[in-house]
Ligand binder design. Structure first.
Ligand SMILES: N[C@@H](CCC(=O)N[C@@H](CS)C(=O)NCC(=O)O)C(=O)O
Length: 207
C-alpha cells in the first residue's frame, strides 16, 4: 500500500501506524500548495486535495486520517494498537481518535491558515488568540485526564497516540508552549523515542 503524505502534516499519524505494525508500505510526498505529487495531479487521487490518502493493496483510495489508521490497525487485527472488535478498549481508543480529529487537529488549522486567509493583521491576531485559547482548554483537559499515564489508553501505545503526538508537534510552529503541561511534555518525549515514530519522522525528513 502507499501513503500520500506531506512532511509533518497529519499524515504522519498513519505513517507512524504503518511503521509500528511493521507493514510493507510506500510513501509519496504531496505538494499541498499546488496539489501535485510525483504522479501529477494529486486531486485525481484525492479530490479533497488533502493528506493523508491511502492507496490500498486493491488499488482503492481511502481518505480521512482517523479512518485510515483504524483500517491499518485492522489489517493486523491483533488488538495491539487498537482493541479488537467489540471491546470497550476499541471504542475508547476511537473516542480519542474522534476527539483528536475534531477538537485538537481542526483547532490547529486556523493557526496555520489565518495569515493566508486574512489580510487584516488585527483579524489574524484575534483569530490566532481565539484558537490558541480553545487549544489551551483542550490541553488542560488532556493533561488532567492523562495524569501520569504512559499513553492515552494507559500502558499500551495505540493509534490515538500516533495522532495526538502528530498534532502536538505542531505546537512549536504556532507558539503554544507545551512545557506548561509537564506530563504532556514528558508524554511527547516518550512517544518520540519509539522506533516507529523515529522511522516515520526520518522517512519524512523531519529529523
Ligand atoms: N478531514 C481530513 C483533514 C486532513 C487535513 O486537514 N489535512 C491537511 C494537512 S494536516 C491538509 O491536507 N491541508 C491542505 C489543505 O487543506 O489544502 C482528515 O482528517 O484526514
Amino acid at each position: 500500500m502507499k501513503l500520500y503524505y506531506s512532511p509533518g502534516a497529519c499524515s504522519l499519524a498513519p505513517h507512524i501506524v504503518m511503521a509500528e505494525l511493521n507493514m510493507a508500505y510506500e510513501i509519496e510526498a504531496v505538494n499541498l500548495k499546488d496539489k501535485t505529487c510525483m504522479t501529477g495531479d494529486y486531486k485525481k487521487i484525492n479530490m479533497k486535495g488533502t493528506v493523508p490518502a491511502l492507496k490500498m493493496d486493491n488499488g482503492e483510495i481511502l481518505t480521512e486520517g482517523a479512518v485510515i489508521s483504524q483500517y491499518l490497525a485492522d489489517q493486523k487485527n491483533d488488538g495491539s494498537i487498537l482493541g479488537k472488535f467489540g471491546t470497550t478498549e476499541r471504542y475508547q481508543t476511537l473516542e480519542w481518535m474522534n476527539f483528536i480529529a475534531t477538537e485538537i487537529h481542526k483547532n490547529f488549522s486556523p493557526l496555520f491558515f489565518a495569515d493566508k486567509m486574512m489580510t487584516n493583521t488585527q483579524s489574524q491576531t484575534d483569530t490566532k488568540t481565539c484558537f490558541k485559547t480553545i487549544l489551551n482548554d483542550k490541553f488542560n483537559f488532556l493533561s488532567a485526564k492523562m495524569g501520569n499515564n504512559t499513553f492515552l489508553m494507559g500502558n499500551n501505545f495505540t493509534i490515538a497516540d500516533a495522532y495526538m503526538f502528530t498534532c502536538m508537534t505542531w505546537s512549536k510552529f504556532v507558539g503554544i508552549d507545551m512545557s506548561q503541561w509537564p506530563n504532556l511534555n514528558t508524554y511527547m518525549g516518550r512517544v518520540m523515542e519509539r522506533p516507529s515514530v523515529l522511522r516515520a519522522m526520518k522517512e519524512e525528513g523531519l529529523i
